[in-house]
Design a protein around this ligand. Sequence first.
Ligand code: NAP
Length: 249
Amino acid sequence: MDLGLKGKTALVLGASRGLGAASATLLAAEGAHVIAASRSGDAPAEGMEGLKLDLSDAASVAALIERLAEQPVDILVNNCGGPAAGPAKGQSSAAWQAAFEAMAAPIFAITDAALPGMIAKGWGRVVTIGSSGIVQPIPNLALSNGVRGAVAGWSKTLAEEVAPHGVTVNMVLPGRIATDRLAQLDGIKADKTGASLDAVQEASRKTIPTGRYGTPEEFGAMVTFLCSAQAAYVTGSMIRVDGGMIRGM
Ligand SMILES: NC(=O)c1ccc[n+]([C@@H]2O[C@H](COP(=O)([O-])OP(=O)(O)OC[C@H]3O[C@@H](n4cnc5c(N)ncnc54)[C@H](OP(=O)(O)O)[C@@H]3O)[C@@H](O)[C@H]2O)c1
């Protein structure tokens, strides 16, 4: 199937590894010109343009916003690093503020900067990587659950505003996808409970109907489909890629 991505320009944030890297790689494989942004600026594959971006640094975000005014993109995949693990009780106001400034505010500003170019062309795709924690909050990840909830509300609101201009806005929610971030979180759980890493991962896999963690490529395939011509009538949606982990409908 030709996904209609040849000749499109895609900016993928948090693209040096993990879910962002897999999404960038699959978009490039479909013929898109990919700009892969991250703090390291490392492009995950040959033929992509690597771009240095630190979402928690206002000057770095401002430089990208300036670039988007000059060089519009057709596709924006929003992604960021995950915040520190921790409970809801006792989180400081500074911690909430820092998580919002790293995971929400820059995403809103970068999307705002990308939208005029998409609206001018009457075609655009905004896909934001979220978390299953939006639907079913994950214990000990209060900052992630809370700030991503705000991002979900923003994404849904925006979808209606730009739909008449041919721009779709969706979220993809990972359950447990085997990346550095998941390995880190499993490690934290092992340290906290005294169980071995193997035991933590085995228990985790047992909660997933497919019995395994997903691969970054399985996740990136959904992101890529939502960026395609065929997905023109999908907007305002949150699609789970979780092996059936979330039991709610
Ligand atoms: N994997 C899962 O199962 C899962 C589940 C639920 C939610 N999530 C969330 O989905 C997102 C991606 O997950 P992942 O597993 O791919 O994470 P990951 O392996 O830690 O990758 C994160 C990516 O974001 C970049 N990044 C981190 N901080 C950044 C910053 N301040 N500015 C710009 N780029 C930054 C990293 O590159 P640099 O270090 O080079 O900047 C890297 O490319 C995270 O927010 C994670 O919490 C993941």
